[in-house]
Design a protein around this ligand. Structure first.
Ligand code: NAP
Length: 303
């Protein structure tokens, strides 16, 4: 790792996982941290998260070679404005936000001359949040998308090396393509889960107890996803409006087509559709992107 001092701004799931993953490398790196509330800073101190927990973001970034913005997407710009005058010349600022265009537009203008801003997005997470939810293995074999825009090549390459040292694979992506890809693979699936859990809650004919008692894998997975942090996901949809609305349009078209097939008893259409989606699932397992799945080993053997 080429960074000797790293500052984590925001001490939630992603930042705390980064801290434990950095320490796992055994590299000599001094990590400072800052969180908005005294409660989170206290928790961080209690569990030994960061070598030093600072009372202000300005203090945390002093002398840092790498500054990581790990706050909700909607808060990135304000944090960048606060820390900008205190950044070490030549340092790299990065973020971990789930949306890239809005973050780059919010943060970029505040970056002083000589400071490199390289946007990034680790494609890893859980439904848990806060400083106590992080763990060192979160990024293992997951993708971290690097969205350099016109950032300095050496700074970009150093950030890629950093993420690989935390266990992730890296890939560079153009900003709008990133936001579209994430709308498909992450943002809309979350919206569907939120909606489905909301629908079940609205169905007065199915009691709460029945929903909990009989929730087999499908619905249980939805409830897990729908437990994700409301602030984070509110910001994702507000800032990735164009791509999420585009994919949502496509989704409703497909849903109507399936609805029609069910109404008209068109079994062939349903069978073909489900066969195709099963292939997609097998592709994900074979790419090693869901090693926790109970069908992981079986599908690998079947292939
Ligand atoms: P988290 O666990 O909820 O932690 C968020 C942190 O940001 C907390 O330290 C919180 O401080 C701070 N914060 C919240 N609102 C703030 C504000 N208005 N101003 C300054 N600080 C604020 O979140 P996370 O899951 O680590 O997510 C952090 C970033 O990673 C987000 O941009 C998210 O899009 C991205 N991301 C998340 C996932 C995921 O699955 N969770 C995956 C990839 C990327 P307090 O605790 O003091 O309030």
């Amino acid at each position: 790792m080429s960074y000797r001092r790293v500052a984590l701004i925001g001490l939630g799931l992603i930042a705390s996982s980064m801290y434990w993953a950095m320490k796992r490398t055994g590299a000599e790196v001094h990590v400072t941290g800052y969180a908005r509330t005294a409660e989170t800073r206290e928790t961080a101190r209690r569990i030994g998260l960061c070598d030093e927990v600072c009372e202000t973001a300005e203090e945390a970034v002093q002398g840092a070679d790498l500054v990581v913005l790990a706050v909700p997407v909607g808060a990135m710009g304000r944090v960048a404005e606060t820390i900008a005058p205190h950044l070490k010349p030549g340092c790299t600022v990065t973020d971990v936000g789930s949306v890239k265009r809005s973050v780059m537009e919010a943060v970029g203008p505040f970056m002083p001359e000589g400071v490199h801003f390289v946007a990034a997005h680790p494609m890893a997470g859980t439904e848990h949040s806060g400083p106590e939810s992080g763990f060192a293995q979160l990024f293992d074999n997951r993708w971290c998308l690097i969205v350099p825009g016109d950032a300095d090549e050496a700074a970009t390459a150093a950030l890629e090396t950093f993420w690989r040292s935390l266990g992730a694979n890296t890939e560079r992506m153009e900003v709008d393509h990133h936001d579209l890809v994430c709308a498909v693979v992450s943002h809309i699936p979350h919206l569907i889960a939120y909606t489905m859990v909301g629908v079940a809650d609205d169905l007065a004919r199915v009691s709460d107890q029945e929903v909990i008692k009989f929730s087999a894998a499908g619905f249980r997975d939805f409830t897990r996803i729908a437990a994700s942090d409301p602030t984070m996901w509110r910001d994702v949809f507000l800032t990735n409006k164009q791509a999420t609305l585009e994919i949502l349009g496509r989704f409703t078209e497909e849903l109507f087509a399936l609805q029609r097939a069910i109404r008209t008893g068109d079994g062939d259409t349903l069978f073909e559709y489900f066969t195709h989606t099963r292939e997609i699932r097998r592709g994900i397992l074979q790419a090693g992107q869901d090693t926790s799945a109970p069908d992981f080993g079986r599908i690998k053997v079947d292939k």
